[in-house]
Design a protein around this ligand. Structure first.
Ligand code: GLA
Length: 393
């Protein structure tokens, strides 16, 4: 299908290759990545696809099937591209970072088609960045470990979002049928198997509050301020990752109220990731669900990145029979919740949560089944999803 679209757009499909990078849902470990802590995302079937072939005109052309818009630039000038503040800054930013890192940016025709819903908190931007990076690199040898960092750099320095490494990392390195435990300091990944008898569903609140962007940056600043306080007590603290629960409890009474609550969220959330992984290994679904709800409450009250729609979706979900737990996932202020369900109850869950949400907010939520998918790679002609890069350990 993407090849047909390519032919329609560019009048050829000679030498076209297709690259895929998935979106993700984060099971637990929210707002911990830029604090160099732990996260546990799962890559999704929802993904961004980029079809690409060399171009004879010296230029890189990008066309978005969803936006019906294009952008082009001289390949040789990829290192000096300016942002234009729309979707095309993701591919352009990636081209600039790759170029500056010493990779060749060859003239190409690119067509982008994404099934990751934009603004849903399922990481449509990382999927776009990583799939474009693979297409732009094409046959060049590259270090898979650098790929998430280069894509993140495009987002931070070019697009201007001060995000962490989780989304790009899982998009590159996800394992099929497993969640990925990422240590955001050492950049090591470990596949974590999930119990057999569960289903994961993401429920899209269909809202994205404008506050999200500025609040995200503010949280990163508040965390940096918290690090300064803890460092006065223990000079070894370089990020909130280094703060133990014991140190947190000792220092909390003397920390300014807001800063203290932000720190408490991050320290306890890292702890919850560890406990969740243990619970998952024991197939202790009740405990996994409990930890998800604790995570949500902490994001709601201590970190203050939730919103009425997400709180309602979580409260409603955990009242439905067969639901072990639910929480907001991603940056917050809208987007999705992630829900852990007993296998077999998803039909009833869909009906109930849809009816309740419609009644309360007049909005129909979209619901996605989350089957842990593999990380990014090239699609071969059979369109079979290939094995992702080996995991860094
Ligand atoms: C966004 C960012 C991630 C991460 C999450 C919150 O999705 O892109 O890096 O910080 O928010 O966990």
């Amino acid at each position: 299908m993407i090849r047909e679209a390519f032919r329609r757009q560019y009048g050829t499909d000679q030498g076209v290759r297709v690259f895929r990078a998935p979106g993700r849902v984060n099971l637990i470990g929210e707002h911990t990545d830029y604090n160099l802590g732990f996260v546990l995302p799962v890559a999704l079937d929802l993904a961004c696809y980029v079809a690409a072939t060399p171009s004879p005109d010296g230029r890189v052309h990008v066309y978005s099937e969803e936006k019906h818009e294009s952008r082009e630039w001289l390949a040789a000038e990829s290192g000096a591209l300016p942002p234009v503040h729309n979707w095309s800054d993701y591919p352009a930013g990636v081209a600039r970072e790759l170029f500056r890192a010493g990779y060749a940016i060859e003239p190409q025709l690119l067509l982008i088609h994404s099934t990751v819903p934009e603004g849903s908190g399922l990481s449509s931007s990382a999927a776009l960045e990583v799939s474009c990076a693979l297409a732009l690199l094409r046959d060049q040898k590259f270090d898979a470990l650098r790929l998430p960092e280069l894509c993140r750099a495009a987002e931070v320095a070019f697009v201007g979002t001060p995000c962490g490494i989780m989304d790009q990392f899982v998009s590159v390195f996800a394992r099929p049928n497993a969640a990925l435990l990422i240590d955001c300091r050492t950049l090591e990944g470990q596949a974590v198997g999930l119990p057999q008898n569960v289903e994961i569903l993401a429920v899209n609140s269909m809202v994205k509050h404008a506050l999200g962007q500025s609040a995200y940056k503010q949280r990163t600043e508040e965390c940096a301020a918290a690090v300064d306080v803890f460092r006065q007590i223990d000079p070894a603290v370089a990020s909130l990752r280094d703060v133990s629960v014991a140190l947190l409890e000792k220092v909390l009474p003397s920390v300014p109220h807001v800063i203290g609550r932000r720190a408490r969220h991050v320290v306890m959330e890292n702890e919850r990731v560890r406990l969740f992984v243990n619970a998952s290994c024991r197939a202790d679904l009740e405990r996994m669900g409990q930890l998800m709800v604790e995570s949500h409450l902490s994001l709601q009250h201590d970190y203050e990145v939730s919103c009425a729609e997400l709180d309602f979706l979580v409260d409603t979900a955990i009242g439905i029979e067969g639901v072990f737990g639910a929480r907001m996932t991603g940056g917050g202020f809208g987007g999705c919740t992630v829900n852990l369900l007993q296998r077999g109850v998803s039909e009833r869950f869909r009906l109930e949560i849809t009816a309740e949400y419609q009644q309360r907010f007049g909005i129909t939520p979209q619901i996605y089944e989350c089957h842990p998918a593999p990380g990014a790679g090239e699609l071969k002609n059979s369109e079979k999803i290939p094995d992702p890069a080996p995991l860094p350990r």
